[in-house]
Each structure stands twice: as C-alpha cells, then as structure tokens.
Design a protein around this ligand. Sequence first.
Ligand SMILES: C[S@@+](CC[C@H](N)C(=O)[O-])C[C@H]1O[C@@H](n2cnc3c(N)ncnc32)[C@H](O)[C@@H]1O
Length: 246
Amino acid sequence: MTVYDRIGQGYATTRRSDPRIAAQVASALSGMASVANIGAGAGSYEPAATIVAVEPSSVMIQQRPAEAAPAVRGVAESLPLGDGSVDAALAILTVHHWTDVEAGIAELRRVARRRIAILTWDQAVFGEFWLVRDYLPAAAAVSAGHAVPIPRLVDLLPGARVEPVPVPHDCTDGFGAAYWRRPEAYLDPRVRSGTSMLAQADPRELADGLGSLAGDLASGAWHERHRALSVLDRLDAGYRLIVSSC
Ligand SMILES: C[S@@+](CC[C@H](N)C(=O)[O-])C[C@H]1O[C@@H](n2cnc3c(N)ncnc32)[C@H](O)[C@@H]1O
C-alpha cells in the first residue's frame, strides 16, 4: 500500500486544478503534442495533450475522471515508457514523494524528447508561511523533511528556468498554502486531509497548533497580525515551476 492509498481518499474533492496555475503549466508546455504526467494523482493540471499518466497509487488512479488520459501504475524512478516516447514530461507536486529524486529525474529526461516541467516548492520561502511558522512547526518539519531543494533539481536539469507560482487568494487546489487568506479552512479536517504535510503531521502537535489558530481567529489576533494579507490577491508562498528544454 502506498502513502496515497492511505491518505488519498477524497483527494479529487479537495485538490482541483486552479485555473490560473493551470494556465502557467499550460504555457510551460505550449507546443507539446504529447505529454506524460508523472505522479499524476487524480489528473490535476493535465493538458489536453496528455497521452499517459503514471501513478503508483490505485486509490488516486480510481479518482481520475473517465475522460482523463489512461493511467498506468508505476513510479518515477522506473517509468514504464520508452526512450523519447513523449514530447514532454510533467510532474506536479510529486518529486518530494519520490524515494530517489536523481533516478526519477533521469527517467523524465529519458522519456521526454523536448521539455520537462516540475512543480514543487522552495522550503526557505514556504517555511515563512504563517501557518507553519507560527502554528504548526510539526507540519513545517514534515514539509522540510520532504522538500527537494530547487538548486538540486536545477543541477539535474541544466539550463532549466525557475518560475514563481503565486497562489491566488481563492485557489481551488487545496495544497499546503492554498488557504493563506482563508485561515478558517485549516480548522476543517477535510481540508487538512488533502495535503500530505498536514495529514502526516503528529496529531497531538497538530491539535495544539490548530487550537492556537482557532483562539487567534476567535479573538481577532490573527486578523490584526495579518491585516496586510487582506489586500493581496496572490501570495508567493514558495511554489516554483521548473521548466527545462531537452
Ligand atoms: C500531492 S500528490 C500530486 C498529484 C497530482 N500531480 C496533483 O497535482 O494533483 C503526489 C502524488 O505523487 C505520487 N507519488 C508518490 N511517490 C511517487 C513516485 N515514486 N513516483 C511517482 N509518483 C509518486 C502519489 O501517489 C501522489 O499521487
């Protein structure tokens, strides 16, 4: 059983492609006639040109829409795809789960003829996000333990560019910092179940931090401290799109 066989139930409900982030991903893959989505999950951000999805969790595969590209079970470190078999390989919020990042990136480079796009996060920026910095150091530790340093990925993809991916204030994809301007959402267990950082944090420490957040929301302290956020429509919480031409 994979991690996402355990925590992935309901993923398709809490994690839906955000159209603004999808546009940025689509732009990175413009002109690509065939795409393989690796660590594809339920199919978020798959462009129409996607011809195959690779995903280890059957629970995630079961949540793919009927019209989505066919999915095969497999892992990035050993892709069941031929050399140069697609124009582009896509990997959205998945590299931090791979057991061997070097092997996984080598596999992306083997199968993609023209482009590789990877969405991940810069922990130095994400670690300053108010939720993890002020309330959930346990979740921050999970996140820091998983994070793949951006320079390490760029080393493996020479010449790659790194684009910030700002998070809209009403982001529809419930990843870690999606609710930066909607703090009450983090008190909802369904919201938390959609992000591995929160689903895997120590339950006691999580309860303590969320108790503090609930208190600060009730007293108005959170809103007082974060008044500046209320006028922002997007936030750089550290998410980065790495785009490499082969
Ligand atoms: C946070 S989900 C992201 C899913 C999808 N890309 C999205 O953006 O909604 C991470 C995914 O990576 C998958 N995963 C975990 N280990 C993997 C590996 N070694 N190779 C490929 N995918 C993996 C998980 O099963 C899960 O579906």
